[in-house]
Design a protein around this ligand. Structure first.
Ligand code: PMP
Length: 287
């Protein structure tokens, strides 16, 4: 349960935590966010998450609300005040509040900063990983800058809903050529018959996942081959294994795509290996 939320300089009770009705995050989705895993009271890969937060802000010209050192202190406070040992911390920065206007607000408008932490039952994703998940492919109808982690998530919300209604846990976005770009809230991977890991290259069509980067570190340390290239959804269905990566799922095996089994329809050995090694390679820091 979230009890305390940081909003613009103050620690508020959950029920009372609020931003202005003319906040640009609310009016225009003029905002970016990050989700960081908390494991055993420590932050996982905070350096990479804060670097991406900084990049998202720079790409959109939203001023930094505070330094990384200050941000880490607030994150630490939020985690402590909510007594979270295992869960996630959510950080959102908007371009601030002001009379609704498409034009950017005057220089000096303070960005809005919201930070909350939420406990999650330890091991839920490990339990899920034992059986794996189904995914459904859906046309990618998002904008052309999916590399920026904005809160403009309506296409992902609707895609996930469509996936859920068909019994799948995640949606895989597919471009007009039938290639899988990424999941609605995850990066998408397959394993070819010769054991090569394949994921979409980093460009404007996908988010540079932090888990994706750390899984690459794990794969290199394990001597696995990696190819960053496009892959068609038909190749994914015929692949030896498939999986998704995200800060909340870590490495989650995909056992079914559009109702067709991947491999023998059970989680594959490489996905399991990457998942088991992940937290040995990821960065842990005080939270
Ligand atoms: N792609 C999208 C569209 C996402 O929303 C996410 C999760 N935020 C990811 C990829 C995975 O990113 P990360 O590993 O940093 O959680």
């Amino acid at each position: 349960m979230t009890r305390i939320v940081y909003v613009n300089g103050a620690y508020k009770r959950y029920a009372e935590a609020a931003v202005h009705v003319e906040d640009r995050g609310f009016q225009f989705a003029d905002a970016i966010y990050e989700v960081i895993e908390i494991l055993d009271g420590r932050l996982v890969d905070a350096t990479r998450h804060l670097a991406r937060l900084d990049r998202s802000l720079r790409e959109l010209g939203i001023p930094r609300p505070m330094s990384d050192v200050a941000l880490l202190q607030v994150i630490d406070q939020v985690i402590r005040r909510n007594r979270v040992r295992d869960g996630v911390v959510y950080i959102q920065v908007t371009r601030g509040a002001g009379p609704r206007d498409f034009a950017l607000p005057p220089a000096g408008t303070l960005p809005t900063l919201v930070i909350l932490a939420r406990a999650q039952r330890k091991g839920w994703s490990a339990a899920q990983a034992k059986t794996g998940i189904a995914v459904k492919t859906i046309p990618d109808n998002r904008w052309a800058r999916c590399d920026i982690k904005t809160v403009m998530l309506l296409p992902a919300v609707l895609a996930k809903d469509e996936a859920h209604r068909s019994g799948a846990k995640e949606a895989w976005f597919v471009d007009p050529n039938g290639n899988v770009t990424e999941g609605a809230s995850s990066n998408a991977w397959i394993v070819t018959s010769d054991g090569t890991l394949v994921t979409h290259p980093l460009d404007h069509h996908v988010l540079p996942g932090v888990t994706r980067a750390t899984v690459m570190d794990v794969a290199k340390a394990e001597g696995l081959k990696i190819e960053e290239r496009r892959f068609h959804k038909d190749e994914a269905i015929r692949a030896k294994e498939a999986f998704i990566t995200s800060a909340t799922n870590i490495v989650m095996p995909v056992v079914q795509i559009d109702g067709a089994p991947v491999g023998d329809g059970r989680p594959g050995p490489l996905a399991r290996q990457l998942r088991l090694r992940f937290h040995h390679v990821a960065e842990f820091s005080a939270g």
